[in-house]
Design a protein around this ligand. Structure first.
Ligand code: FES
Ligand code: FES
Length: 159
């Protein structure tokens, strides 16, 4: 079937089986390599995208459920000022992310900060657990998210 959705602000149509996973459509058919191949079961978070402003694991979304949705991947999000704020915050806190998890980590941070620009420690810890990683420092990540929220807040307050 033809599946039409908005991808990073532009309408796209792909031919796919209705049960084909969105992660496979984005990565294999549309060449968006920021979608990582991971568990395929919704556990690791490495295929995270924003769909209608909600954070979803794209490996759990069948093609038919993506119809007429607005999907943002890291390729689109990296063009935003929010992306720069998050990157700056992470750098200041010495957050070192590998290329495998960086897209998902940045998108999940953006999602949380859109909902709550000054998150509580509990919300930050909860957010960090959305993307599985045993190699980056947990305390650096926490600090990085706080720094990112400060930059986002500052920019918003300056109009
Ligand atoms: S590949 Fe989608 S959550 Fe792991
Ligand atoms: S999986 Fe990327 S830093 Fe751990």
């Amino acid at each position: 079937m033809n599946i039409t959705f908005r991808l990073n602000g532009k309408e796209v149509t792909v031919e796919a089986r209705p049960d084909k996973r969105l992660s496979a459509i984005l990565r294999d058919d549309l060449n968006l390599k920021g979608i990582r191949k991971g568990c395929g079961t919704g556990y690791c978070g490495s295929c995270i995208v924003l769909m209608d402003d909600l954070l979803v694991s794209s490996c759990l979304i069948p093609a038919f459920a993506a119809r007429h949705k607005s999907i943002i991947t890291i390729e689109g999000f990296s063009q935003t000022k929010e992306f720069s704020d998050i990157l700056t915050g992470f750098k200041e806190a010495n957050v070192h992310l590998c290329t495998y998890c960086a897209p998902a980590r940045i998108l999940s941070t953006a999602y949380m900060l859109r909902k709550n620009i000054m998150p509580t420690e509990e919300q930050i810890v909860d957010n960090i657990s959305a993307v599985q990683c045993r190699c980056s420092s947990f305390s650096h990540l926490k600090r990085g998210i706080v720094q990112a929220s400060i930059h986002l807040n500052k920019r918003k307050n300056n109009g």
